[in-house]
Structures are given as C-alpha cells and as structure tokens.
Design a protein around this ligand. Structure first.
Ligand code: HEC
Length: 123
C-alpha cells in the first residue's frame, strides 16, 4: 500500500518536473522567436522604441500606451488592454483587430505566437 503511494507520488513529481521543463523550454523558444520575428522593430529588454514601441510589460498595458512612441490613430483609439488572448488575435492579423494599424506583419503559426506571448509575459 505504502509503496504504491510512493510510486504514485514519484510519478506525480516527475510529471510536475516535466511540465516545468516544458515551460522553461517554451520561454527560451519564445525569446529566440521574439528576436527573429519581432526584434527588428521592437525592444523588450529596454524601453527604447524602434520602428515599433518597446514591449516591456506589454501584457496588462493599454494599447497605444507608450507615451514616447507615435502610434497610428487606429492603435491609439483602439481601447484594447493587451492580454494573452488579444495579443494572439493581433499577431494573427493585426489589421483584423486594429483596422488601420501601422503594424502589418501577420504571424500564422499558432505555436510560435504562443511561445512569443509566453516570453513577453516574463518581461
Ligand atoms: C516591421 C516592424 C514590426 C515587426 C516585425 C513587428 N511589429 Fe509590432 N508594431 C510595429 C509598429 C510600427 C507598431 C505600432 C502600430 C501602430 O501604431 O498602429 C507595432 C505595435 C505592436 C503592438 C502594440 C503595442 C502597444 O503599445 O499598444 C504589439 C503588442 C506588437 N506590435 C507586438 C509585436 C510582436 C509580438 C511582434 C513579433 C511577433 C511584432 N510586433 C512584430 C512594427 C512591427
């Protein structure tokens, strides 16, 4: 009886460790993907703006919220509060969510969007 319980809890711990590893892996992938897909226009480890506004702390931020960046009127007036779900919709097709936005790149791969968004949540 006792050994069965021990086996079960060992298995549970192993599962938790696997899940944690998977998350760490996602975040590492997300960082690499962010640099590749977004890094030309967006900084996330500094508050410097480039072609696009910096994305530090973007999750929870109001769209158009970086005062030092000159947004399109569309983004400024969108009234969006960025969370993971809205970011996913935006990245899939920016103009579909914010008609008239100056960000035009679409990111079709759901797993890449997910990894990038998980990475952004850590910054
Ligand atoms: C070619 C340049 C370019 C690339 C690449 C790019 N963006 Fe953008 N992004 C912009 C511009 C320009 C804006 C401002 C849009 C506006 O004002 O309408 C913007 C705006 C945003 C916003 C809104 C920010 C805010 O403060 O409201 C988010 C979020 C965003 N981008 C995320 C991303 C992510 C994540 C990637 C990569 C998957 C990415 N962008 C790739 C140029 C780019």
């Amino acid at each position: 009886m006792m050994s069965t319980l021990k086996q079960i809890s060992a298995a549970a711990i192993a599962t938790v460790l696997l899940v944690l590893q998977a998350h760490a892996q996602d975040a590492a992938d997300g960082q690499r993907l962010f640099q590749q897909r977004c890094g030309a226009c967006h900084q996330v480890d500094s508050t410097r703006n480039g072609v696009g506004p910096h994305l530090q702390g973007v999750i929870g931020r109001t769209a158009g919220g970086v005062e030092s960046f000159r947004y399109s009127p569309a983004m400024q007036g969108s009234g969006i509060n960025w969370d993971a779900a809205q970011l996913d919709i935006f990245l899939t097709n920016p103009a579909g969510l914010v008609r008239g936005t100056r960000m035009t790149q679409r990111f079709a791969k759901a797993d890449e969007r997910k990894a990038i968004i998980e990475f952004l949540a850590t910054r």
